[in-house]
Design a protein around this ligand. Structure first.
Ligand SMILES: NCc1[nH]cc(CCC(=O)O)c1CC(=O)O
Length: 314
């Protein structure tokens, strides 16, 4: 019998995810109770600046991690894509639940798909990754920054003159707003952010009781895929504010054989002029992430990322 304290951001999406995780954990451990602690992060406070310019990794997780260290909370539910590729010493990801749809989606007021949007249409996104890929596919589009939680962005779509906005399918699915989606963008056009569609449950590395509970909730194929994507991100030295995407799929091996991981990585110039992508299949997620990253670095990804960092410093 234990009362676990669960840290969460205050947004509708964060609280929905946290409550969903709690429901699942209750099924695995009927003895325990859980209480949610709402925590405001830097990313929630600074809303008027493009994410890539706010700077610093882990904008949405730092304050929550501090509360874990201070033992004000015992676990925290994050969107995996908001997690920096390296965790602070003393904290671990205790469970990676099964991933939901990893794709980006287009939401347009007129119901027009990406191919049908008129010449010069205004598309809202503050993600350099999404901008790079959209402009590479449709150089005529105008990309405009849009910030805020998903409810705010859907309101701005209507009120601020966007023809369309791009969001993650996962967030909309979790809050039951799939009905707003006009088009699921194929990963060949918009490679998702590292970890998109997955959750990370973070806890203290020495909390064996918590770890034992979370272990039951871990989804191995998702963990393998996300590990490969995050190894790639780490080698590219990127946070969530860089024009980097990665997506891994898992093919279960025959009886006793290792699952096959197919990882695609992407780095793009935010103006869409250059897009570098590469896919490799292997069995070791860490090795695979580094291999894909090294291949992209050989093709000039380092120069693209350096010029983005320079742009942000201005
Ligand atoms: N950038 C913010 C963010 N962080 C996690 C999600 C939801 C999707 C997910 O969990 O992968 C979103 C919204 C979005 O990108 O549309």
């Amino acid at each position: 019998m234990k009362n676990w304290k669960v840290g969460s951001r205050k947004s509708m999406l964060a609280l929905t995810q946290t409550n969903w995780v709690i429901e699942q954990l209750k099924k695995l451990d009927a003895e325990s109770t859980f209480e949610v602690h709402e925590i405001v992060t830097k990313g929630d406070v600074i809303l008027d600046v493009t994410l890539s310019k706010v700077g610093g990794k882990g904008l949405f997780v730092k304050e929550i991690e501090q509360s874990l260290f201070d033992k004000e909370t015992d676990m925290a539910v994050h969107s995996m894509k908001d997690m920096p590729s390296e965790l602070p010493e003393g904290l671990v990801i205790g469970a990676v639940p099964k991933r939901v749809d990893p794709r980006d989606v287009l939401i347009s007021l007129t119901g027009k798909t990406l191919d049908e949007l008129p010449e010069g249409a205004v598309v809202g996104t503050s993600s350099l990754r999404r901008a790079a890929q959209l402009l590479n596919y449709r150089p005529d589009l105008q990309i405009r920054s849009i910030r805020g939680n998903i409810d705010t962005r859907l309101r701005k779509l209507k009120e601020e003159g966007f023809d369309a906005i791009i969001l993650a399918a996962a967030g909309l699915e979790r809050v039951n707003w799939n009905g707003t989606i006009t088009q699921f963008l194929p990963v060949e056009i918009s490679l998702p952010a590292v970890g998109q569609g997955a959750l990370a449950i973070e806890c203290r590395a020495d909390d064996t009781e918590m770890l034992a509970l979370l272990k039951k909730f871990d989804h191995q194929p998702t963990k393998l895929a996300v590990t490969a994507e995050r190894a790639f991100l780490h080698k590219m030295q990127g946070g969530c504010q860089v024009p980097i995407g990665a997506y891994a799929t898992i093919e279960e091996g025959a009886e006793g054989a290792m699952p096959q991981i197919t990882l695609t990585g992407m780095v793009g110039a935010p103006d869409g002029s250059t897009l570098i992508k590469h896919t490799i299949t292997g069995t070791d997620p860490e090795v695979l992430g580094v291999q894909v990253a090294n291949h992209l670095l050989d093709l000039g990804a380092g120069e693209i990322l350096a010029s983005v960092l320079e742009e942000n410093a201005r």
